[in-house]
Design a protein around this ligand. Structure first.
Ligand code: SF4
Length: 880
C-alpha cells in the first residue's frame, strides 16, 4: 500500500506491506516526489510502532468503558448545553497537524460553520503560525512559493533556525546530494552547532532572537552591493523604500551586526557576500524562526531579502518555510487556525462569511477569529470555555506553561479527548475519551511543506472500537441537529466538498484552489497520486512554484515589503534566571513519543531526558557530564541528565520536548517555557525563556528492567524507555527518597526465582527475578558504587532462556568473557552502535564517514548520524 509518513512535514511516500504474522514492512516509495524512495530512521521504524499495547480501543465516560452512542450523545448534549447557556464562544476544539485534511475539514465546518464560533485552533499554532502570518503579510496569501527541487537547484542554501539534518532528514539529504554533485554552499544560522552545521561552509551561531537585525542588515547590504533586482522591485512589490529606511535606522555594518549577534565580523561579511553574489539562493527556515514573540517579523525580514533580489518563484531561488508536522499545511487549507476561515479565506471581508454561508447552507458562520492555542487554554481555566474537545494532540505536555494548562484542564466543565493512545498527559483530564483510528488504519490526505497533497491510506484493520476522526465529529454534528449538512460516509466525499469550496467563487483571488480535484470519483481518489496545489478547475496538476509571473495575492497583485524592527525577546535574563532556555527535537523521537517511544531502536539514541549545556556553564554551576541537573524557570522546573557539549552556545541550555509525565518523573520542557506569544501570529516563544541551572543532589541511583509497566514511582528522578523485550527505567533518589525494593514490581513480581546481592559497604542492591529460566525483572541500585552497562542485561529480557554462564554473571551485569556494552545506537537506520563503530574504526583503520558507511552501512541511508560518525572518527584519531 502506498501511503505517507505520519511524522515530519517533508511528507515522504512509503510503501507499507502488512504480513500475515502481523508485522509490517516499510520502505520508501521511489515514485513519491518528496523522497524518491528515501526514508529516515523514524519513517523506517514505523513497523515497530503499530502494536496495540498503548492504544485506546473503546470509548470511555468518566474512565469507564461506554458505548459509542452513549459517548457521542453526551458530547453533543454537553456542547449544545454550553452553547445554549453561554453562547457559541463558550466551546472550543483544539486540533492537530496529525489529523488528516478530511478530519480537519469536518471539525472546522462544525465549529466555524454551524456552532458559529471561531474557537478551533491547532497545535500547528506552535510550529508555523509565524510563517503563515509572514506569508500573508508579504504575499497576500498563506502560500509557500518554492518546492523541494529548489534546494537541489540552488547554489546557496541558508538554513535559519532549522536543524534540518535531524528534523527533516530526507530534505537535508537532497541538499547534500546536490552539494556532492555541484558544490552547493550551505550556511546555517542557529545559536546551536547542530548536526546540520557539520556539512556547512559557514555557521553563524547568532545570539537567540537577533535574526531580524541580521536580515535587516543583509537587506541594506544587498542594496549597497548592487545586488537588488530593481526591475522586480519596481514592477512587482510595494513598500520597499520605507522598509529599507527602517532597516537603515540601525547600524548595519558587519562589525555592528556581528557585535549585536555575538558572532565574528568576518563570518557576517562572508554571509553578506555569498548571499549578494548568489542568484540561486534558498533560505529555508523552521521553528527557530517561527517559535518567537517576533516570529512573524523574522519571517518577513527573510522574505524582504528575497523580494529585493527577485529571488522568488524561480528555480533554486525562494524563501522556504519547512513545516514541522505531516499535515500542518492541510490544517491551514481548511481553516484549522482560529484566525482563518476555510479554504484560506480571511475573517475580514464580509463576502467571505457570506460565501461560506451559501456554500455550507448555514446562517451561523463565525464572523470573528476565535481563541488561539495559548488563550484557548487560559479560557478553559477561567470559565470562558465550558466545553473543550482535544483531537490527536497532547497539550498538557506540549503547550508552554504546561502546569497552568493542566490546572485549566482540571477546572474545565467538560473535556473530550479523541486520540489513538490511551494514556497521555492530556487524557488524564478527559471526561470522555474517544478512540481514534491510527496511522495505517485511517484514510485521507495530507499536504507537505511544498504544497504537495498525498494520500495516507489504510492497510491495517481498525482495531477494537476505534473510528476515524471525521466519523466521530460528523456523528456529534448530527446529534447537534446538523444531520443534513454532515452526511459523510467516506473521506472521498469530504475531500470533494473541500476541493469544491476551494474553487467556489474563486476568480483567481485565492491562492488555495484545488477545483480540478472536485470531480474525482471514489476510485480516482483512492488512486490519487501526489499533486501540488493549486490545481484549478479543468487541470489535474499544479505548478511547482508560485509567483513565477510576479503576481501575488494582494489587491494590487504586488508583494509587500514589511518594515520590521529588531526587538528583544519577551523576557530578559536576570540574576535569578541568567541563562536562555531553548527547546526542540532530538533525532529519533517525535513530539511526546506516543509513537516513536514504542520503538526500542528509536529510544536508544537519546536514552534519557537531558539538558545540553556548554561545558563552561556546566563547570560554573558545578555540574559534570552525566550528572543530574535541576533546570528551573519562573514557570516550572525539571530534573534532567546533563550533557556537556561544545555545540551549545555559552549562556544557553537546550532541552528536548519529548519527555512527559507518562515517561519521566520531571522532564517536561513545556512546564518551563514562558507563555508569551507573537502578537501577530499567536505563536509561543519556545526558544527563549530565562532559566537557571543547579546541581541536583542525588543520594542513590540505579536502573530497573521489567517486561511490563510498573506503577508510578514517588522519587525525584525516573525516566522510562523501551528496550527489546521490555522497559528500562533509569532511577535516582533525591534527599529523603527511599530506594525501591522488590515490591516495586507489584503483583507482576510474584513467583519464580529471586536472586539478590547486597553489598553493605557501597549500599549496592542487585536483584533479579527469573521465571521458567527467563529473566523477567532486574533491579540494580547503588549509593556510591558504579552501575553496569544496560545493553547486555536489557537483551536478556527478550525472552531467551538464560544459560548457566548468564546466570552466574547476571547480577554483575556483564556476560561471561566480557563485552556486552554496545553503547547507544548511532545509526538507527541500520542499528549500529557507538561501540561497534569505534571498534571498527580502530580495527579497520577507517578515516572517513564514507569508509564507515562502506564497512558498516552506518550513515548511508538518511545520513542524520553523519555528524556523530565524524565525532567518533575525531575521538578515535585523538585516542590514536
Ligand atoms: Fe518521515 Fe523522515 Fe520523511 Fe520526515 S524525513 S517524512 S520523518 S521519513
Amino acid at each position: 500500500m502506498r501511503t505517507t509518513c505520519p511524522y515530519c512535514g517533508v511528507g515522504c511516500g512509503i510503501v507499507a506491506s502488512a504480513r500475515r504474522d502481523g508485522d509490517v514492512e516499510i520502505c520508501g516509495d521511489s515514485g513519491h516526489p518528496a523522497n524518491g524512495g528515501r526514508l529516515c530512521a523514524k519513517g523506517l521504524a514505523l513497523g515497530e510502532t503499530i502494536g496495540l499495547e498503548t492504544r485506546l480501543l473503546t470509548p470511555q465516560i468518566g474512565g469507564e468503558p461506554a458505548s459509542w452512542d452513549a459517548a457521542l450523545d453526551l458530547v453533543a448534549s454537553k456542547f449544545l448545553e454550553a452553547v445554549r447557556k453561554y453562547g457559541p464562544d463558550s466551546v472550543g476544539f483544539y486540533v492537530s497537524g496529525q489529523l488528516l485534511t478530511e478530519d480537519y475539514y469536518v471539525a472546522n465546518k462544525l465549529m466555524k460553520g454551524f456552532i458559529g464560533s471561531g474557537n478551533i485552533d491547532t497545535n500547528s499554532r506552535l510550529c508555523m503560525s509565524s510563517a503563515v502570518a509572514g506569508h500573508k503579510r508579504a504575499f497576500g496569501a498563506d502560500a509557500v512559493p518554492g518546492c523541494y527541487a529548489d534546494v537541489e537547484l540552488a547554489d546557496l542554501v541558508v538554513f535559519v533556525g532549522s536543524n534540518t539534518a535531524w528534523c527533516h532528514p530526507v530534505l537535508y539529504q537532497r541538499v547534500l546530494k546536490a552539494r556532492a554533485e555541484r558544490g552547493v554552499k550551505i550556511v546555517v544560522i542557529d545559536p546551536r552547532r547542530t548536526a546540520t552545521c557539520e556539512e556547512a561552509d559557514l555557521h553563524l551561531a547568532i545570539r537567540a532572537g537577533t535574526d531580524v537585525r541580521l536580515f535587516n542588515a543583509l537587506l541594506l547590504q544587498l542594496s549597497r552591493r548592487g545586488a537588488l533586482d530593481l526591475a522586480f522591485v519596481e514592477q512587482h512589490t510595494a513598500q520597499y523604500e520605507e522598509t529599507l529606511a527602517r532597516a537603515a535606522a540601525d547600524d548595519c555594518s558587519a562589525q555592528a551586526v556581528a557585535a549585536h549577534c555575538e558572532v565574528e565580523t568576518r563570518d557576517v561579511e562572508t554571509f553578506f557576500a555569498w548571499f549578494a553574489a548568489t542568484a540561486r539562493t534558498v533560505t529555508a527556515f523552521s521553528q527557530g524562526v517561527n517559535q518567537s514573540t517576533r516570529g512573524a517579523d523574522k519571517v518577513n525580514a527573510i522574505v524582504n531579502c528575497h523580494l529585493a533580489t527577485g529571488r522568488i518563484g524561480k528555480p533554486g531561488a525562494t524563501p522556504f518555510s519547512i513545516t514541522g508536522q505531516p499535515n500542518a499545511m492541510g490544517g491551514r487549507e481548511v481553516g484549522g487556525l482560529a484566525n482563518q476561515l476555510a479554504a484560506h479565506m480571511d475573517f475580514g471581508p464580509e463576502e467571505n462569511v457570506s460565501r461560506l454561508q451559501r456554500f455550507w447552507n448555514s446562517r451561523n458562520v463565525a464572523r470573528r477569529p476565535g481563541l488561539m492555542a495559548v488563550d484557548m487554554f487560559r479560557a478553559a481555566g477561567d470559565d470562558r470555555l465550558r466545553a473543550l474537545w482535544i483531537m490527536a494532540t497532547n497539550p498538557a505536555a506540549s503547550l508552554p506553561d504546561a502546569g497552568r494548562v493542566r490546572e485549566a484542564l482540571g477546572a474545565c466543565d467538560f473535556v473530550v479527548v479523541s486520540d489513538c493512545v490511551a494514556q497521555t498527559d492530556t487524557a488524564k483530564f478527559a471526561h470522555v475519551l474517544l478512540p481514534a483510528a491510527a496511522w495505517g488504519e485511517k484514510d485521507g490526505t495530507v499536504t507537505n511543506s511544498e504544497r504537495c497533497i498525498s494520500r495516507q491510506r489504510a492497510f491495517l484493520d481498525v482495531p477494537g472500537e476505534a473510528r476515524p476522526d471525521w466519523w466521530m465529529i460528523a456523528e456529534v454534528a448530527r446529534r447537534m441537529g446538523f444531520a443534513r449538512e454532515f452526511p459523510y460516509r467516506a473521506p472521498a466525499e469530504i475531500f470533494r466538498e473541500h476541493a469544491a469550496l476551494s474553487a467556489f467563487e474563486n476568480t483567481g483571488t485565492r491562492a488555495f484552489d484545488i477545483g480540478g480535484l472536485t470531480e474525482l470519483s471514489d476510485a480516482q481518489y483512492d488512486a490519487l497520486k501526489p499533486v501540488q496545489w493549486p490545481v484549478p478547475v479543468k487541470s489535474r496538476t499544479g505548478p511547482q512554484r508560485l509567483f513565477a509571473d510576479g503576481q501575488f495575492f494582494t489587491p494590487d497583485k504586488r508583494a509587500r515589503f514589511i518594515a520590521v524592527a529588531a526587538q528583544a525577546p519577551a523576557q530578559s535574563l536576570s540574576a535569578r534566571y541568567p541563562l536562555i532556555l531553548n527547546t526542540g527535537r532530538v533525532r529519533d523521537h517525535w513530539h511526546t513519543m506516543t509513537r516513536t517511544g514504542l520503538s526500542a531502536r528509536l529510544s536508544s539514541h537519546r536514552p534519557e531526558p537531558c539538558v545540553e549545556i556548554h561545558p563552561d556553564d556546566a563547570a560554573h554551576a558545578g555540574i559534570a557530564d552525566g550528572d543530574l541537573a535541576r533546570v528551573a524557570t519562573a514557570w516550572g522546573s525539571t530534573v534532567l541528565r546533563a550533557s556537556c557539549v561544545g555545540s551549545q552556545k555559552r549562556g544557553a541550555l537546550f532541552v528536548p520536548i519529548h519527555w512527559t509525565a507518562t515517561n519521566a518523573a520531571s522532564a517536561l520542557a513545556g512546564s518551563m517555557v514562558n507563555p508569551f506569544v507573537d502578537a501577530i501570529s499567536g505563536q509561543p516563544e519556545f526558544k527563549h525563556t530565562p532559566v537557571r541551572l543547579d546541581p541536583f543532589i542525588q543520594t542513590w541511583r540505579g536502573f530497573l528492567l521489567t517486561r511490563t509497566e510498573i506503577a508510578p514511582l514517588a522519587i525525584a528522578y525516573w525516566a522510562k524507555r523501551r528496550v527489546r523485550g521490555g522497559l528500562l527505567y533509569e532511577l535516582a533518589g533525591g534527599v529523603g527518597d527511599q530506594m525501591p525494593g522488590f515490591d516495586v514490581f507489584g503483583n507482576a513480581g510474584q513467583g519464580g526465582e529471586r536472586v539478590e546481592i547486597v553489598n553493605d559497604k557501597q549500599c549496592d542492591y542487585r536483584l533479579a527475578r527469573i521465571v521458567d529460566g527467563r529473566l523477567t525483572h532486574c533491579l540494580i541500585l547503588t549509593r556510591s558504587g558504579s552501575l553496569p552497562p544496560r545493553e547486555w542485561l536489557s537483551s536478556l529480557l527478550d525472552g531467551i532462556a538464560l544459560t548457566l554462564a548468564d546466570r552466574v554473571t547476571l547480577l554483575a551485569g556483564r556476560p561471561a568473557g566480557g563485552g556486552g556494552d554496545e553503547g547507544p545506537l548511532v545509526c538507527a537506520c541500520f542499528g549500529v552502535s557507538r561501540t561497534r563503530i569505534a571498534r571498527t574504526v580502530r580495527d579497520e583503520k577507517l578515516v572517513s564517514v564514507e569508509a564507515i558507511g562502506a564497512v558498516l552501512g552506518a550513515g548511508t541511508n538518511c545520513g542524520s548520524c553523519r555528524a556523530e560518525l565524524r565525532g567518533i572518527l575525531e575521538t578515535e584519531a585523538l585516542r590514536a
